[in-house]
Design a protein around this ligand. Sequence first.
Ligand code: ACO
Length: 324
Amino acid sequence: MTIRSVIRGVGSYLPANVVTNDELAKRVDTSDEWIRDRTGIRRRHIAADDEATSDLAINAGLQALKRAGISGADVDMFVVATTTPDHTLPATAAKVQAALGRPGVPSFDIQAVCSGFVYGLAVVDNAIRCGQAKTVLLMGAETISCIVDWEDRTTSVLFGDGAGAVVLSAEQGIGTIADRGILSTHLHSDGRQHDLLYVDGGASTTQTTGYIRMEGREVFRHAVVNLADTVRESLAANDITIADVDWLVPHQANKRILDATVKKLGIQPGKVIVTVEDHANTSAASIPLALATGVDDGRIQEGQLVLMEAMGGGFTWGSALVRM
Ligand code: ACO
C-alpha cells in the first residue's frame, strides 16, 4: 500500500475590480489591440487598496475547504505560494492559519514566483507521503499589482491579482496510475537567469518593495523550451503519452506561450484550460485559478488525468501530474 495526496476540494477568489485593456491604455502608451495580439489578455482583476494577499488566500481557501466538506480545524498544514506576501515577515500563511482557526500546526510560504503552486504541490505531496501531514490547505495567492510599475507598458499590461486553493488529503491505495492523487512532480531552477525576470527591490538590497523588470523576449524563449521539457519529463516518468492526458492546466502567462507549448507538445488545443484572457498572469495563483475554472464549469471531472506546468522568475519551472 502507498500513500497518495488526493485533491479533495478546489477554490478560487478574484477581486471584484476588473481593469480592461482600454482602461490601461489611458495610463500608458498601449492599446487593446496590441495587448490582445501579443498576449491574448483582455482584462485582469486588481485587488482593492484594503485587500491583502492573505485576504485573497483566505477567500479561496474557505471555498476549497467547503467543497472538501471540512473546516480549517481539520487542516494540519497551511501553505501559501506567493511572491507578494502581506509583509516581509511573518509568512502570509500564518495570517491565513489564524483566520481559518487551527493554531499549532505548521504554516509557511513558498516563493518560486509563477512556479510557486507546482513547487507547493511537490512539497505538500512529500509531506503527506512521509506522514508529516494528513490534510493540507495549499493556496496560490498574489497581489502582483503591488509590484507592477504602472508607468512601464512592457510589464504593466501582463499581470493580475487573484488566488486559488486546493485541499489535499492522504489516502492509502495500491498506487497505480488509475488511482486518484498526485502521481508525480518535477521541479527545476536555473539561478543563472535570475536577472531576466526580477523585482528591483528587496529587504537586503534597496529596503524597498521594488517593481517587476523583465527581458520579455528572453523569458518567452526560455518558457516555451522549459515548459515542453518538463511536460515530456512527466509523461516519460509515468510511461504515458500526451494523448493520455485529459487536461493540460498550464501557468497562464501569455496566450502565445500557451499556443507555442501546445504546438510543441502536439496536445489537442481543446484539452487545454485557458484563463489568461480574463485573469492575465496571476503568478502563483494562475494554475489553481485555472484548475478551479475547469472544475467549476464541469470540464475537469473526478478520475481524469490533469497535467499542470509552470515557469517563472529564477528561472524556476516544473510540472505535476494528478489523477483528480
Ligand atoms: N503596448 C504597445 N507597445 C508595446 C507594449 C505595450 N504594452 N510593450 C512593448 N511594446 C513595444 C515595444 O516597446 C517594442 O517597440 P519598438 O519596436 O518600437 O522597440 C515593440 O512593442 C515590440 O516589443 P517586444 O518586447 O519585442 O514585443 P514582444 O512581441 O516580444 O511582446 C511580450 C512582448 C508580450 C512581453 C512578450 O515578450 C512576452 O510575452 N514575453 C514573456 C513575458 C511573460 O510572460 N512574463 C511573465 C512572467 S514569466 C512567466 O510567467 C512565464
